[in-house]
Design a protein around this ligand. Structure first.
Ligand code: GTP
Length: 337
């Protein structure tokens, strides 16, 4: 394996590694402002928590991880929808195998926004299955009716299938500031029949890993080529989050008794041995990927006298602040506000 610098930025490399993982999966983190998406992404990529992030940053990162004894190339899109004037996140619907829908347990308003979003999501699933159901979804009486009406035709035309969804309750270390009751979270997960996981990027690496491994498994199972994933051989083991084909939270074989709707199995530690093949570019999506290795090679983000470092000093993702690759896509503004 060799690394090749591809720009003046020493953090960007092209990998010419030849042994690419057999499995590949795309995960997108979406959710309200300040929910903790960037913290989760960085924690997963680096096992480090950074206290402050540039909210304008949006990019896709990748690493090779081990899940149930299998090497998986994981791409993670940390979305940022602050400045968009459009409504629908087509870019990750097209791209993601699984969406991690993140909210903060310390923000009731962020949690409330998710309900409307999930309504839309379910509308999409129905839409995908039948035009009649789509019509029903559009005329259904709810506050998101107009929104559905606006986005559904786009979905029909452009998205082949819905990614699976996992609900992620972030900042679980801030229990004293909790505004979202566990029962509310569980009710939402139950209503939409999606898995729910609680996590703390700040204090609990294992919970972060559980979230991503759940996403990886769900995403792989959701792929058309997912039949290759060994986990799919055992239906009981398949805790699918698909809105089209979901298990109820309570019936899940891994269901926990309280707080968290299910847990993943004990998982292998992330493989951090080198940059994976396929991280440097993606011909279909024109994303620039970052490698685990580059983060490990960087100074600790907390090395600055123990103070949190701006993520932008640590990560150098492709920015979405220009009218370039994302300008034609519709995003989430208005849903979470
Ligand atoms: N205590 C604690 N704080 C967290 C945790 N995760 C994130 N934060 C803090 O919450 C704030 C928002 O976190 P971000 O990761 O930037 O949230 P985001 O969803 O990416 O926000 P946007 O990019 O603005 O959409 C930051 O100040 C983080 O330090 C966590 O697990 N525990």
């Amino acid at each position: 394996m060799t690394e090749r610098k591809i720009s003046g930025n020493s953090k960007r490399f092209l990998s010419s590694q030849t042994n690419s993982p057999k499995y590949e999966v795309n995960l997108a983190l979406v959710g309200p402002l300040n929910a903790g998406k960037s913290a989760l992404t960085v924690r997963y990529m680096t096992q480090r928590f950074i206290g402050d992030y540039d909210p304008a940053l949006e990019d896709t990162y990748c690493k090779v991880d081990w899940v149930e004894g299998h090497q998986v190339l994981v791409r993670v899109m940390d979305t940022s929808d602050h400045n968009s004037e459009d409504l629908f996140p087509e870019r990750y619907l097209r791209w993601a195998d699984c969406v991690l829908m993140v909210f903060s347990i310390t923000s009731k308003s962020s949690f409330s926004g998710l309900t409307e979003y999930l309504d839309m999501w379910r509308g999409f699933g129905v839409q995908h299955r039948s035009r009649r159901a789509s019509h029903d979804a559009q005329v259904g009486g709810s506050s998101s009716k107009d929104f559905r009406r606006a986005v559904t035709p786009t979905l029909t035309l452009s998205v082949a299938k819905a990614p699976t969804v996992i609900l992620v309750a972030a900042k679980s270390d801030l229990e004293s500031a909790r505004e979202v009751l566990r029962s509310e979270m569980e009710d939402l997960a139950q209503k939409f029949q999606i898995p729910l996981l609680e996590t703390s990027s700040a204090e609990d690496w294992d919970s972060v890993e559980r979230v991503f491994h759940a996403g990886i498994r769900e995403g792989l199972l959701a792929q058309d080529k997912g039949s290759k994933w060994p986990g799919k051989q055992n239906d009981q083991d398949k805790f699918t989050a698909s809105l089209l084909n979901a298990l109820s939270v309570g019936n899940h074989p891994d269901a926990g008794s309280k707080g968290i709707a299910f847990r993943t199995r004990s998982s292998e530690r992330a493989s951090l041995s080198g940059p994976p093949s396929g991280c440097s570019h993606n011909a279909n999506n024109h994303h620039h990927y970052h490698q685990t290795q580059q983060y490990l090679g960087s100074p600790s983000p907390l090395a600055n006298g123990g103070h949190p470092t701006q993520a932008k000093d640590f990560l150098t993702p492709f920015r979405k602040d220009s009218k370039d690759r994302f300008s034609r896509f519709k995003t989430l503004k208005g849903i979470f506000q």
